[in-house]
Design a protein around this ligand. Structure first.
Ligand SMILES: Nc1ncnc2c1ncn2[C@@H]1O[C@H](COP(=O)(O)OP(=O)(O)OP(=O)(O)O)[C@@H](O)[C@H]1O
Length: 762
């Protein structure tokens, strides 16, 4: 067992972490607007008004922006001893170790990562390659510590992984998809739990690694099939850790919840829940609810009469109820981008984190009255003030103990959850899993569960070995995803002979992305050559160029099938070298298409594309940062527009949506550059008339059908008091619904691959 608790075992904490510039941010000449002058302060500077700075104080501030280098294993470490750089290990040391200590002591622990898409949430939670994040480090150290134990104890570890997308729960460890997702149920004693969620018993860290890989694969397949960006979903990993003290008939149980929240950027345009629904997107219901729960708890803490804490409003808040108002040590890590272009989002993340800390302080300071909460008492807390702030907040989360009823010494694993002296029995640790194994539940014993799991492990190891061998032998398609965490996860092998690809189950290569037909294309692998032939009217784009006929593939060709399912072609082993495949990320694919699109607008934009694509590093100095910034928006919006067009086509709405850059090279009469904006032009396919001409007021954009989507361009206008620009989802939704009253019913047509708009509240 862990020895003396480290300082990091404190309860509710808020940490902020700033990441390095991405390649694109570097290329587009981004400026850093974040500074951290101590281990607890974060200052943000308004890029439009550099005098305007705001400083936030959190429990911890991690500077991971610069001052680092790669060691020989690819791990980012401090470049020199004076650097304030915070590595993955540093973050784990402060936050992860606290979680582990809590677990050993029998407390529940929850870590939430919050921030806009691409701000580094997954990097902190899961990590990339050699730079392992908190989750794998927690698991690895947990098993290392278990191995060192010598007493007469048994340790039971189970692992579950789920995703909440659009209020539906998907089990990421189960291949069988339940229509409508898994349901959250409520048990009088156990609280909320997910009915039917797979919770896999594990005996070592390698198994957890496999499970995470497996979960990521299922998440990637789902994301590609539904054309759902993973940044719109929440991922929750739960590790149940039980210590069975065989000599004393006692058990200690802890639930560790590691939550990678959906990108927060849509949050800010949502306002109240009612408004948000009117805007037509359910994507962030959970995040809105999370904010509402926190604010209700804060109100209750300040003595306001709160009749209702809206835990039940979303799946996420139901599952996190014990973490938010109950029996858990909770940490929020706010991930932020350093770039000026993300100023607004970053400020809103810092404010959200601040509301988190304020909530925690107030909650703890005022000793939340039990009557203020909808169910159960709040946490009991102690805290200390330093420099007028709550420096250290500690939940008195309750140790989860229970009595062990041993049926046979050898089996020693039938556990009876008794009410006994434990609050755990009333407000149990397990956020997510079903009631634990025990005689009264009729569920299999721990030994039996382990046995079953071993059988599954065996099958899985065989499958992994087979895939490894095929990777080394055959050319294949490697998936490329917007979320780097989900890129390179799926492989489609092109074996000798010919094979079809498409959504029909009879195809050797089964693909289900948006705009993919039943039989979409054929691949042949003959005489050391691989070719692809699109079926008639099926979209296949190679290296940015649509193809209609049989085309030979070259190693590292970029392939887009359907609307925007992206794949990198990996050739025969003899063609492969030591290439950096990371270069071919999702943006690269989009830009390659953009490069083909822009000539009609302006030829010089080609150069900027080349800079963006990294093909013209030397010319970086000549690139206009404002053009590059606008391209950045453009590239982000491309898949959304492709998706909207595809939906429009399937709904036979006769709409055409195109991205345009307004004022790409225009200047005003005095020669100053005009503000560049990315616009979505929506026209009737048949008449080419703009769709919005009749509804300029509703759409808050200029008449004539050119409407600014959410982009950097919106920032100034919002500040000028023109109100929020609708996000592209909202905008397209409104476009369709106001122009086509039958829209609501049509979207339920089974032909539609994905529905990301819902009927607005009346
Ligand atoms: N501290 C860091 N050090 C180095 N690279 C980082 C760091 N944080 C993030 N990155 C890089 O930034 C990119 C985006 O990070 P990440 O995928 O973790 O963002 P995210 O917030 O989880 O996004 P999403 O909401 O899409 O899942 C990744 O390529 C990641 O490797």
């Amino acid at each position: 067992m862990m020895t003396a608790p480290l300082p990091s075992t404190d309860g509710v904490r808020v940490a902020v972490r700033v990441r390095p510039f991405s390649q694109r941010e570097k290329t587009s000449g981004s400026k850093c607007v974040i500074s951290m002058h101590s281990r607890t302060t974060t200052t943000i500077q308004d890029p439009k008004n550099p005098e305007h700075r705001k400083t936030f104080t959190f429990d911890l501030a991690y500077w991971s922006h610069d001052g680092f280098q790669k060691d020989q294993d690819g791990v980012f470490i401090s470049a020199d001893p004076s650097s304030q750089f915070a590595s993955q290990k540093d973050v784990f040391h402060d936050l992860g170790r606290g979680i582990l200590d809590s677990a050993w002591q029998g407390y529940n622990a929850t870590l939430l990562a919050y921030g806009q898409t691409g701000s580094g949430k997954s990097y902190s939670m899961v990590g990339f390659g050699a730079n392992k994040g908190i989750t794998p480090n927690v698991c690895e150290e947990l098993f290392q510590a278990i191995e060192k134990q010598e007493g007469n104890e048994e340790y039971q570890v189970t692992f579950s992984m789920l995703e909440i997308y659009n209020e539906q729960i998907r089990d990421l460890l189960s291949r069988t998809k339940k229509p409508g997702g898994l349901k959250v149920r409520e048990d009088q004693q156990l609280g909320f739990y997910v009915d039917g969620l797979k919770s896999v018993p594990c005996e070592n860290y390698a198994q957890i690694e496999r499970l995470m890989e497996q979960g990521t694969k299922i998440r990637t397949t789902a994301s590609t099939n539904m054309n759902a960006s993973s940044s719109r979903s929440h991922m929750v990993i739960t590790i149940q850790f039980k210590q069975v003290f065989l000599d004393s008939d006692l058990t200690k149980q802890s639930s560790i919840n590691l939550v990678d929240l959906a990108g927060s950027e849509r949050q800010k345009s949502s306002g109240s829940e009612g408004d948000r629904l009117k805007e037509g997107s359910r994507v962030n219901l959970s995040l809105t609810s999370l904010g509402n729960v926190i604010s209700a708890l804060a109100d209750a803490a300040t003595g306001k009469r709160v009749l209702h804490v809206p835990y039940r409003d979303s799946v996420l808040t139901k599952l996190l109820q014990p973490a938010l108002g109950g029996n858990s040590r909770t940490t929020l890590i706010a991930a932020i981008s350093p770039a000026d272009i993300c100023y607004e989002e970053t400020l809103s993340t810092l404010r959200y984190a601040e509301s988190g800390i304020t909530w925690a302080e107030r909650l703890l300071f005022c000793q939340l009255p039990a009557s203020a909460l909808q169910r159960g008492p709040g946490p009991e807390c102690v805290f200390m003030f330093a420099h007028g702030r709550a420096k250290k907040i500690q939940n008195k989360a309750v140790v989860n103990t229970s009595m062990l009823m041993r049926e046979s010494k050898a089996e020693n694993n039938k556990v009876l959850l008794t009410r006994g002296n434990s609050r755990m029995a009333e407000r149990p640790a397990c956020l997510l899993a079903e009631p634990g194994p025990g005689p009264q539940t009729g569920q299999p014993t721990w030994a039996h569960q382990l046995e079953q799991a071993r059988e599954e492990w065996h099958q899985q190891y065989l499958a992994i070995a087979q895939e490894r061998q095929m990777t080394e032998t055959f050319p294949h398609l490697l998936n490329v995803n917007e979320d780097p965490q989900l890129a390179g996860v799926l492989k489609y092998f092109i074996q000798a002979g010919s094979c079809d690809a498409g959504r029909a189950a009879s195809n050797a290569i089964l693909l289900q992305g948006l705009g993919i037909s039943d039989k979409h294309a054929s691949f042949t692998n003959l005489d050391g050559k691989v070719t692809v032939t699109p079926q008639s009217k099926c979209k296949v784009v190679i290296n940015g160029v649509p193809i209609m006929t049989k085309t030979k593939l070259q190693h590292l060709d970029r392939i887009i099938l359907g609307s925007n399912s992206a794949y990198l072609y990996i050739g025969f082993p003899s063609e492969r070298g030591n290439e950096d495949l990371n270069r071919f990320d999702y943006d690269f694919f989009q830009l390659e298409q953009l490069q083909k699109d822009v000539p009609e607008q302006v030829a010089s934009a080609q150069e900027h594309c080349a800079v963006f694509l990294g093909a013209a590093g030397r010319r970086e100095g000549n690139a206009d940062p404002s053009v590059l910034a606008v391209f950045q928006d453009y590239v982000k919006l491309m898949p959304l527009v492709a998706e909207a067009n595809q939906m429009g086509e399937e709904l036979e709405k006769g709409l055409r949506m195109e991205l345009k850059v307004k004022n790409l090279v225009s200047s005003d009469s005095r020669g100053y550059d005009l503000q560049k904006e990315v616009m979505v032009k929506v026209t009737h396919q048949r008449t080419h008339e703009p769709v919005f001409r009749d509804e300029p007021r509703l759409l808050q954009g200029p008449p004539g059908g050119l409407l600014p989507p959410k982009s950097t361009a919106g920032v100034g206008k919002r500040a000028a008091g023109e109100g929020d620009h609708p996000s592209l989802d909202d905008l397209l939704y409104r476009a369709m619904s106001c122009s086509f009253p039958g829209f609501h019913t049509s979207v339920r047509s089974p032909k539609v691959v994905k529905i990301f708009w819902v009927k607005p509240a009346v």
